[in-house]
Design a protein around this ligand. Sequence first.
Ligand code: 13P
Ligand code: SF4
Length: 338
Amino acid sequence: MNLPMAGYAEAPLMLESIPALREEVRELARERGAVILAHNYQLPEVQDVADYVGDSLGLSRQAAAADADTIVFCGVHFMAETASILSPEKSVLIPDPDAGCSLADSITAEQLIDWKAQHPGAVVVMYVNTTAAVKAETDYCVTSANAVDVVAHIYREHGDETQILFGPDMFLGAYVEKTLGRKMSVWDGECHVHAGIRPADLNAVRDAHPGADFLIHPECGCSTSVMEYVAAGDISADGVHMLSTGGMMAYANQSEASGAPRRTAIVATETGMLHPLRIAAPDTDFIAANEAASCRFMKMITLPKLRDALRDHQYEVKVPAEIADRARLPIERMIAIG
Ligand code: 13P
Ligand code: SF4
């Protein structure tokens, strides 16, 4: 499978121009009273200039709590929409409005409405990687950090026989099913970057680094087979960690704090994640499970575009009130649970 590589429509940024651009961005952020949020998959120079770098859940929390009038979201469009839904009174800017998400595109509001009509009474659980219109048709949102907790909460609150429509990521759905030992109705969407990290990739890198830990994002195409390897005893469960990008950061911080001897960790997710992991735990060797796993949407946000966004107050992401008002509830339920 060909994975999309980071593509630059603009001229590549010269290393020597980064310090001046950084200064300019920080100065503009001060002048405009703006907070810069960046996802863990952003380009290193964008992460380095942000006020807060994190996973989808952490970024949603930061957006809800921010006291700045302007939030500049360095991530993909659904993330900026989520920030705008949570803070409708603030200006939410995205430096490139075309930064989309193949997973969010894998289900539309119309498709979800049809699916619900076929399953009256079912509870709808959707990953935050969805459009605002899909969230408006959703009962609970989840991120990879809290999907298991949210679904367990639904069974506790609504009863063990509850039918759950879970989407759009089928690998995350399979992970939740396996962890909780229950079947849901799962949409068959996927993220093209994570679906492209296949069992064969993991086997090859595992052969090259025996004894390494595995940090695996549950969206990965290899996640189901890893759970099967563990169940079959082919891989020891001790070194396998199914984690959101925020969970991977917690692993790195813990690894650094423990002072344990140098170790190796194979990272199965988008390769932008290697930058914050290596900063957090310089004594751990983080190795990509698949070097080509780069999200071209995340990499559309560059330092010059971030500077332009702050300078020219562009591109504002605003969710119409009638959709935002309905989409807020499932996000707030998720934030309250975990
Ligand atoms: P996290 O929720 O783990 O940050 O992942 C977001 C994402 O886009 C995964 O591809
Ligand atoms: Fe979407 Fe996949 Fe990119 Fe994450 S890595 S933003 S799920 S396309």
